[in-house]
Design a binder for this molecule. Sequence first.
Ligand SMILES: [Zn+2]
Length: 269
Amino acid sequence: MNINKLFLLLCIGAISFSCKEVKKSDSEVTEAEAEMSTSMKNEAKDTEITITPIEHATAVLEWNNEIIYIDPTGGAAAFEGQKNATLILITDIHGDHLNIETLKELETTNATFVVPQAVAEELPEEYAEQLVILDNGSSKELNGITIEAIPMYNLRSEALKFHNKGRGNGYVLTIGDQRIYFSGDTEDIPEMRSLKNIDKAFVCMNLPYTMTVESAAEAVLDFKPKQVYPYHYRGNPDVSDVAKFKQLVDAGNQDIEVVQLDWYPNDEY
Ligand SMILES: [Zn+2]
């Protein structure tokens, strides 16, 4: 073997060795990437929030081990298949938000109730030790979730009798990195219009108790949640035109997504 051939062989050896090295480090990167994407998946799973509409203003939110019932109504049957609540949020004293028969039918021994004073006064004594009473504007962290009480009230003079300012609470929940707003029964009040950084907004829209789809759309265009979920939009016999609400929001700001869930699974109309 002459010296040139030996040099050539050495070069080939070096190249194939380095190829192997590259290959090996490639596969290391792939493994590391795989590991990273698994951990990211786990993280995503940790922050995933499941939202289940029950009916009208009633919903269940699930996040990690927290099960949040919003305005539970409809009896135990409405919550069949749902885990027991760890938090129960009630917005107001009316029957479509506070339903004591439903509370009695549900297993609530491990739940904390977040309520305004007016609801606390209506609840039976047996729940007294489980109550956290929030006034408009106050907030509390419970089970890793921050809950802010937002005012909810009517503005139109003919509707003032339904919800006076200070009695009920809307809520903003900070769950992981998500801020979720439940309006309760309200009109397009300044406190709603000035909300900031809302990811998901559940906004009521029905007459005579709350507001028109036009008012709801105007307010939503003002506070610009990432997503808006129309809820509380029917009352016998009035059914609000949620398609029109979506049109108004879409026309005003394409960045706001209108999410329509089935809030009236038991209604014929
Ligand atoms: Zn209501």
